[in-house]
Write a protein that binds this ligand. Structure first.
Ligand code: SIN
Length: 283
């Protein structure tokens, strides 16, 4: 039998300037061919946006960003989202830049459970750009899960049941006890199935980090359904896993994905910065 060997089986040939290589058939791509520390044009910016729309999360290595370069990269995707709940961790003088740091004194790290960033906000951030300059010798990966794949994998009957329902996302679930006492955290209802404004695809939009309740059904029904959905999104079939290197960047779309930071490196240091990008009201 003849064997067909593909030249670059993961490479996506639709890009003229960037090299975009998929991690697996479902989610995630490595992007190279650009130096984000230097100014770049709208042609590169358009391909970065396309790669994000195509793959839900993209990864770039060896990009030692300073704050200006991080801001420039964020502007490729939109205006910065300044969430009230990031206040304690903001970089002085840069409201939109959040310090992401863990070391031997840490009691928790950001994003330890499956979540979509700030889904408690009325207009949650469409995406996030995490840059890490320091990583532990081993561990500290981030796992991403495609909520397109999670939605598509549900049965027609389950999708019909969920369609039209909303769920409550409460900032207290994620940040209660971590932010200064008296700080009011957002709490908002969003559709359980949201339509991505760029791709037009449906994505499952409940997450263990923020979602507290399915609206308009009994407490027991809500608990049972959410329990099922929280398990469902964890299927390895929907996932990719990124192993960081110093000065790597992950750019993800919160509208169609969830992620989880793996804190398996205590007491080692993992450190960097994150900017979130303004999103729209989920529909
Ligand atoms: C986050 O949830 O935004 C942080 C992810 C990570 O640190 O890997």
């Amino acid at each position: 039998m003849e064997t067909v060997v593909q030249d670059r089986p993961h490479a996506d040939g639709r890009y003229a300037l960037l090299k975009v290589e998929r991690l697996n058939p479902t989610i995630g791509a490595y992007v190279s061919g650009v130096d984000l520390t230097q100014p770049y044009g709208e042609d590169v910016a358009a391909e970065l946006r396309q790669a994000l729309a195509d793959h839900m999360v993209i990864f770039l290595r060896d990009q030692p960003l300073d704050f200006a370069a991080h801001r420039r990269l964020a502007a490729v995707f939109g205006e910065a989202h300044v969430a009230p709940s990031t206040k304690p961790w903001r970089v002085p003088g840069f409201d939109e830049i959040t310090k992401m740091h863990a070391d031997h004194t840490s009691k928790y790290v950001a994003g330890e459970d499956w979540h979509s960033d700030m889904s408690c906000d009325p207009q949650p951030p469409m995406g996030s750009i995490l840059y890490l300059h320091t990583i532990p010798p081993l561990g500290g990966d981030t796992v991403f899960s495609s909520m397109y794949a999670a939605w598509d994998a549900l049965s027609d009957r389950m999708r019909a049941q969920l369609q039209g329902l909303t769920a409550t996302h409460d900032g207290v679930k994620a940040f209660g006890g971590l932010v200064p006492e008296g700080m009011t955290l957002p709490c908002t209802s969003h559709p359980i199935a949201r339509t991505h404004p760029v791709t037009g695809r449906k994505a499952l939009y409940v997450n263990r980090g923020f979602t507290t309740r399915i609206d308009g059904v009994s407490e027991r029904e809500s608990e049972a359904l959410l329990g099922f959905l929280f398990e469902h999104v964890q299927s390895p079939m929907f996932q990719c896993r990124f192993t960081w290197s110093p000065h790597a960047i992950a750019i993800w779309d919160n509208r169609c994905g969830q992620h989880m930071a793996i804190w398996d490196y205590f007491p080692q240091v993992r450190s960097g910065y994150r900017i979130q990008i303004k999103g729209e009201t989920p529909v």
